[in-house]
Write a protein that binds this ligand. Sequence first.
Ligand code: ZN
Length: 314
Amino acid sequence: MKILGLHHITAMAGDVAANVQFYTQVLGLRLIKRTVNFDDPSTYHLYFGDTVGTPGSALTFFYWAGQPRGRPGPGQATDTAWSVPASSLDFWRERLASRGLEFAEERRFGDTVLRFSDPDGLGLEIVATSEADPRQPWAHPEVPVAHGLRGFHSTTLTHADSARTARLLVDIMGWREIAREPASGGGERVRYAAGAGGPGAYVDLVSAPEAPRGRPGAGTVHHVAFRVADDAEEIVALAEWRAAGLQPSPQVDRNYFHSIYAREPGGVLFEIATDQPGFLIDETRESLGSRLLLPPQYEPHRAAIEARLDPLPV
Ligand code: ZN
C-alpha cells in the first residue's frame, strides 16, 4: 500500500473551553472545523490545523467533560510531535515558559525536542528540526509564520514490545526503518519513514516493557490516521490489511475524507484516510471553522443540538 505519511491524529479531552484556548491561543493553530461527535451529537468534535487543514496537520478531539483522565503508556500513541524550523527553538522555549507551561528538552536524532502536555495531560512535542519542511503554517497574531507549527513531525507509539507493530509497518504498510538510538526513558527508539519521508512522514516506536499499560481517557490519543491519496489506494490498503490478518472496518465516509480502521497488534487504533476531498468541501478557505457543521441526519435537530453545546472561546 502507498502510505504517504500522517493524515490526522484524534485524541480525547475533558473541558472544551480549555482545550480550544490552548490549541488556538497558545500553540497558534487554526480551528478548521467544528462539528459534533457523529456517535454523540451532544458533544463537539473539533479539528485544529494549518490554514486549510492540510493532511498531516490536523489534530482533532472528542470531549468527555468530567470523565477521568486516561493514563499514557504501552499500547498507545503516547506523544504527538509538531515540526518547526531549528531557528524557532528559542521562540517556542520563551512562548511555553511565558505561558507557565513546564517543558523538558531532549536531543533526538540530531534535533532538539521540547516536551510538554496539554491541559488534559496529552503528551505533545515540538521538534526544532534542521530538515527542510516547506509546509506553511497558519498565520496567528502572536505566532509569526516563520515560527508557526508546520504540521505533524511524527508520532511516538509506545509498546511493551514493538516487534509485531514494526513488522506491520514495514512488511505490510510500506514504512522503512531509517534510524535508531536509545530512548530518553530507557529502551530504544526506532524511527520509520513513509513515502518521501521528512517531517510529517515519521513514526517512532519505543519499547517500554516495564511501564504499566496505558488506559484510555481524557489526555490520551484515540487513534492515528495515515494518508493515502484516494479511494483506489484505500481499497488496496484494505485488502492488504485483511490479507495480513487484521480485522479492518469497511470504508467509512467521514465527509472530509474516507477511512478504514483496524487495531494494530500492539493495541493502537490505526486509520487510513484519503487526502480527498478535504476540509474545503463544505466551507470556504476564509470561513473554515467559523460555524457548527452537522451531518445530514442531525441537521433537522440543529437548534436542539446547538442549545446543548457550550459556546467556544473563539
Ligand atoms: Zn480519524
